[in-house]
Design a protein around this ligand. Structure first.
Ligand code: CA
Length: 375
């Protein structure tokens, strides 16, 4: 069906019979129910207009994470001359935050925006495509995905779910989070209830804490009401937007559990294959723009938000003790390896990641790291 659809949309229709043929194919509902595709004459050339839904895991208008997909959709509409119109839905508007993967997989929405570690319950190794505790920095992650084979492996992992992932941004280095208890040693982690997702949550759990997964929209209330003792969210820019500085006592760093989380834009494969090649390229390029631009935005805004938090809101910054970080790091090695032992593909993904890390660390040591130590 996909090839018929593709042929239909790319053919320059020159006769009434061909128009009729294509119209019948469209009318047959060969696209998912939510893809509206209208065929029109435009300057003598037949064009199909696609109307898509993009569901996200983010609260409405959340800076960067929530606003980037909206900007992406605007650009796709303009670049496609109005042929691909994508309507963006915040978490809960169409499906709940953690319902995004299924909604796109089943074709109830054509696209989704979120983070791969949210889907660990379905694909344990998926977390490696978001972030790994003590793993890649943002630019190293981009390098592995785009020039180190990572994205191909990611697509292989998502294909059975009828999904095609693309990189959809990066949060930059995160903060360890807001704690309403002082952390002076590993003893202070024992029994501490913290919102911390992904593999970082698993590490935290093994270190004696209690890790919970709370959607962004519920984080503030959970910390405020004492349901949790601590929460990580993103970094100064996003944390301030959620108002976490008004209820969190200590703001700890560094973000050992998320040293730069890659976001994902997922596309339903049937919807993807229904697009003509030029719209596929537009989608990919707009996505690459979103990917880089989000990191740029976080880097700039985290810096200014940190200034505001410290100077205007008297937020108390704390560094996690070295022995706590070292323990997290030791546990993380086991967690990441064990998490990727499920099947042959998981082991390949893990090996690719480890090999790339080895190679990139050697370069990092004599480039960014050596420079950071002296600048
Ligand atoms: Ca986070």
């Amino acid at each position: 069906m996909a090839s018929k659809k593709f042929a239909c949309s790319s053919i320059r229709v020159e006769s009434f019979l061909l128009i009729l043929f294509c119209s019948v194919l469209v009318a047959c509902g060969s696209r998912s129910d939510d893809t509206s595709a209208d065929q029109k004459h435009a300057g003598g050339v037949d064009q199909i207009t696609y109307t898509w839904k993009l569901v996200t895991t983010w609260p409405k208008n959340l800076p960067a994470l929530g606003t980037a997909p909206v900007r992406f959709a605007d650009r796709v509409r303009v670049m496609s001359g109005g042929r691909l119109n994508i309507k963006v839905y915040a978490a809960g508007e169409l499906v709940p935050a953690f319902g995004v993967f299924d909604a796109v997989s089943q074709g109830n929405a054509q696209m989704g925006h979120g983070a791969a570690y949210y889907w660990r319950g379905k694909i344990p190794v998926a977390a490696m495509f978001a972030t790994v505790p003590f793993g890649f920095l943002p630019q190293e992650m981009n390098a592995w995905l785009h020039f180190g084979g990572g994205l191909d492996l990611w697509r292989e992992a998502y294909a059975p779910f009828n999904l095609r992932p693309m990189t959809g941004g990066n949060s930059g280095m995160q903060m360890a989070g807001w704690f309403n208890r002082e952390i002076n040693s590993l003893a202070d982690i024992q029994g501490l209830k913290m919102r911390i997702p992904g593999l970082g949550g698993e590490v935290f759990q093994r270190a004696g804490g209690i890790a919970v997964a709370t959607p962004g929209s519920e984080v503030f209330t959970a910390l405020q009401t004492g349901v949790i003792d601590a929460t990580e969210w993103v970094g100064p820019y996003n944390d301030m937007a959620l108002g976490l500085h008004t209820i969190g006592k200590y703001y700890y760093y560094p973000g050992w559990h998320e040293p730069g989380s890659a976001l994902e834009a997922i596309v339903n494969i049937d919807a993807w294959e229904s697009l003509p090649e030029d719209l596929q390229v537009i989608l990919e390029v707009a996505n690459q723009a979103m990917n880089q631009e989000m990191l740029d935005e976080f880097t700039a805004r985290n810096a200014s938000a940190l200034h505001s938090l410290v100077e205007e809101h008297n937020v108390e910054l704390r560094k996690l003790p070295d022995d706590v970080l070292q323990e997290f790091r030791a546990i993380a090695e086991d967690v990441v390896r064990e998490n990727a032992q499920g099947d042959e593909l998981s082991r390949r993904i893990y090996q690719s990641y480890i090999d790339f890390r080895k190679s990139t660390l050697r370069w990092y040591d004599i480039s960014d790291k050596a420079y950071a130590e002296v600048r």
